[in-house]
Design a protein around this ligand. Structure first.
Ligand code: CFM
Length: 548
């Protein structure tokens, strides 16, 4: 660590300004990474416990979003042809409109693309007082008349839950009126959980019960998979589609980058689910395994090495020599450009440090890309992840259920009488595990980070400033809310949510983009020139004038 402080001293610096009660809580969320002696199934060390998915302390400036953001913006937002109506005041709707850079690519001009529209019931005071259901029905009538969608969904914002509008009853009534349109609603009011994570779960549940299994599309190909938890930020999914196609792997459905309703309805027609962002979609993977027998494992396509590893994992899962050879040929073809790019950018970045505070999976995934540049992530944390994302999936049974998590429905899933099919026998699972392929597993961020790294859950504004002052990393990875405050202190910030309007960063071509971008950002000469006014003239003088 370039800071002269030990991890423990740094932790105390972060806690110093807090009242005792706040410090006691934050202390459990700021953890010095330590590996325990016993190793997990994959041979990685297990770690100490972190307090995660807990309420943010009132008054603290958190980086988090709300449940509505997680449901509408994150999980459903990237679908192209489901018509999303936000039931609520216009602010919630407008803010979710194209603010997350999930891209899509309609196949033809006839292909509907609703992503560029913003549909809202625009609730006013009188709707809050007298109820908004009538207005919602009218909005649905209007939307169907104009856009003729195959599916339409309704997202509840906070006031909807507070006044008791029943979006599910409206959905049922309107579906009876329009039997050709699949209409369903989400009780994803912003307050439904401690963060957007609750919205992910709500979205997973409803898509699973109301959409999945309704269709029977089977895309051609021998190796048909779904990619869960890839949202096509900055075109990431386009790069992965390219790589998958080159390898001869058929992407049946992506949840939900560059996806369509029909792909969702037919996502059960695969032999494997790949889970990229574990946090936002692991529920779906689990439910699909129970109902259809589709196994899943974790992948990471952020980083060239990580991408190669994930592709090899898929090939080994099928165990087909033809696929194994083709994947190896693709990796061999992609790697020279990666090595060439690394040779340019790595020398000026090697040995530098990064801190990453992003969502629920990128603070982990992006460590791979920095590692490829020879940079070490010395502190990291998620905004809203759960303990399993930090410590590994094996801790799930020991996570306490509290009032906030009880808010979200746990749906009971049973094997489908017709569609359930066992894809891998327990013996094959054991064989795969021996090869280092753990089904239904995720090791989490902490076992893969060095001992002594500072793990900070739900980092806030104050702590970010302390980190900058005490650690001064070469780069800070976070979001737009943090960007300018941090850059004003002379540290470059890379937006790892929206990619600062560039990308893709996934897959092989994405890695090359990222190397160049980090080099440009970290080694820009402007950072040394950034000085706050009080740094150049520390004494400000002023005088008071009193006119009696
Ligand atoms: Fe998953 Fe995401 Fe993330 Fe996420 Fe997000 Fe995102 Fe994210 Mo912003 S689904 S948890 S809720 S990888 S929008 S594409 S970048 S916080 S780390």
């Amino acid at each position: 660590m370039p800071s002269k402080l030990t991890p423990e001293e740094l932790k105390q610096e972060l806690l110093k300004a807090y009242p005792a009660k706040v410090a006691r809580k934050r202390e459990k969320q700021i953890i010095i990474n330590k590996h325990k002696d016993e190793t997990s199934a994959n041979g990685l060390p297990t770690t100490t416990e972190v307090l995660a998915n807990a309420r943010t302390i009132p008054g603290i400036l958190s980086m988090r979003g709300c449940a509505y953001a997680g449901c509408k913006g994150v999980v459903l937002g990237p679908t192209r042809d489901i018509l999303h109506i936000v039931h609520g005041p216009i602010g919630c709707s407008y803010y979710a409109w194209l603010t997350r850079r999930n891209q899509t690519r309609p196949v033809s001009d006839e292909d509907p693309n609703f992503m560029t529209y913003c549909f809202s019931t625009d609730m006013q005071e009188e709707d809050i007082i007298y109820g908004g259901e009538k207005k919602l029905k009218k909005a649905i009538d209007e939307a169907i008349a104009i856009f003729k969608p195959k599916a339409l969904d309704i997202f509840s914002t906070c006031p909807v839950g507070l006044i008791g509008d029943d979006v599910h009853a409206v959905a049922r009534e309107m579906e009876a009126k329009y039997p050709d349109v699949n209409i369903f609603g989400f009780s994803c009011e912003g307050y439904k959980g401690v963060s957007q994570s609750a919205g992910h779960h709500i979205a997973n549940n409803k898509v699973f019960t109301d959409v999945l299994g309704l269709g029977d599309l089977k895309k051609p190909g021998k190796y048909r998979v779904n990619l869960l938890g890839e949202y096509n930020i900055g075109g990431d999914a386009f790069e992965l589609e390219r790589v998958f196609e080159k390898c001869g792997i058929t992407l049946q459905a992506t949840f939900s980058g560059n996806s369509t309703y029909e792909e969702f309805t037919s996502a059960h027609n695969v032999d494997l689910n790949l889970v990229m962002c574990h946090r936002s979609i692991n529920y779906m993977a689990d439910m699909m395994e129970t109902k259809y027998g589709i196994p899943w494992f974790k992948v990471n396509f952020i980083g060239a090495e990580a991408s190669a590893k994930s592709l090899r994992k898929i090939a080994q899962y099928y165990g087909d020599q033809e696929l194994i050879d083709r994947v190896e040929a693709v990796i061999a073809e992609e790697m020279p450009a990666i090595e060439a790019a690394k040779a340019i950018h790595r020398p000026s970045l090697e040995g530098k440090t990064a801190v990453l505070f992003v969502g629920g999976s990128r603070a982990h995934h992006y460590q791979e890309l920095f590692h490829e540049l020879g940079m070490e992530t010395i502190s990291a944390g998620y905004e809203f992840a759960h303990r399993d994302d930090y410590e590994g999936r094996h801790v799930i049974p020991s996570i306490k259920v509290d009032a906030d998590s009880r808010n979200i429905e746990e749906i009971e899933v049973h094997p489908d009488a017709e569609l359930y099919k066992e894809r891998v026998t327990p013996e094959r699972k054991a064989e795969l595990l021996a090869m280092g392929i753990e089904m239904n597993g995720y090791e989490g961020m902490m076992p893969e980070m060095k001992e002594g790294a500072l793990i900070i859950d739900d980092l806030n504004h104050h702590e970010a400033e302390v980190l900058i002052e005490k650690v001064k990393p070469a780069i800070f990875g976070a979001g737009v809310k943090e960007k300018y405050v941090i850059q004003k202190s002379g540290v470059p910030l890379k937006q790892l949510h929206s990619y600062d309007y560039s990308g893709p960063y996934a897959g092989f071509k994405g890695a090359i983009n990222f190397y160049a971008e980090i080099d440009r950002l970290v080694n820009a000469s402007c950072w040394g020139l950034v000085k706050a006014p009080w740094q150049s003239s520390p004494e400000l003088s002023a005088s008071y004038a009193y006119v009696g």
